[in-house]
Design a protein around this ligand. Structure first.
Ligand SMILES: [Zn+2]
Length: 264
């Protein structure tokens, strides 16, 4: 952790300092080596927050975009007495968690349940080599697409929108009792094609080798950070075609994300 109490004042770790943990009150010691970012470690006990992970420069850079008083805010579970420190907790009641390491479905579920309004920012650079962006798609939340499954086929990998396929759900089509397959070449999809133009670069498909099921199915929103000016919101929609769900990315500007939660 970045902050501890020394003589009652919250301070960053610097060599030789001793203090106490603002969450549990136990003794902590400043660790200021050359490899890891300078931090405070519990002196005799394991970290009181079992969810904590060693901080990286990536964590620190994110936290620094928000006021110091919002960082490392401790919470105690009233039933179990467990202590957890929110990376950033805004006055609006939103917790931002910055996660570098992989996480299990079970732990993610516990953490999503612990914080009422939680937003995840995931360091995606560590798995970027397993990740490929695919074709842009029209805004999948549009009512124009309510009765369709969107499927990327063939050369969708090359961002050729004409190769996107739209399967119309026969449950909503009185003239057909099987899926009808339409592409942008079909005049019937003229409105969807226009929607695609309006949607621009905002929505796209992806392939993720060894994808992390926890992030894909998190109830709390998950934003992937590849270290660029944009964050990628990992989203999904239910579809009638196998496998019943489409995962896609929604692009969000990093700066607007930070400002939305009161940072700079
Ligand atoms: Zn502690």
């Amino acid at each position: 952790m970045e902050y501890a109490l020394v003589n009652g004042v919250r301070v960053s770790a610097s060599a030789g300092l001793q203090g106490s943990c603002p969450a549990c009150g136990n003794a902590v010691i400043a660790r200021c080596g050359k490899v890891k970012v300078h931090h405070w470690a519990h002196q005799h006990l394991p970290d009181c927050d079992i969810w904590s992970e060693p901080e990286t420069p990536w964590h620190r850079a994110w936290k620094a975009r928000f006021p110091e008083a919002w960082q490392e805010v401790p919470f105690t579970d009233p039933e179990t007495g467990e202590i957890h420190r929110a990376d950033v907790h805004t006055p609006g009641g939103v917790t931002l968690e910055f996660q570098h390491s992989p996480i299990s479905v079970t732990e993610l579920g516990s953490r999503n349940a612990f914080y009422k309004k939680l937003v995840w920012i995931v360091d995606a650079q560590r798995f970027q080599k397993n990740f490929e962006w695919r074709c842009h798609i029209p805004d999948p939340r549009s009512p124009l697409l309510d009765n369709f499954s969107i499927i990327g086929t063939g050369r969708y990998s090359m961002n050729v929108p004409e190769n996107l396929m739209f399967f119309r759900n026969p449950a909503h089509d009185k003239d057909w009792d099987a899926d009808r397959v339409l592409s942008f070449r079909d005049p019937e999809l003229a409105e969807v094609k226009a929607l695609m133009q309006r949607s621009g670069d905002l929505f796209r498909l992806f392939d993720w080798k060894w994808q992390n099921e926890a992030w894909l199915n998190s109830e709390a929103p998950v934003f992937l950070d590849f270290g660029t000016d944009q964050l990628y919101w990992l989203r999904s929609r239910k579809q009638h075609r196998h496998p019943g769900i489409l995962y896609y990315l929604q692009v969000v500007s990093r700066q607007s994300f930070i400002e939305k939660y009161g940072g700079k």
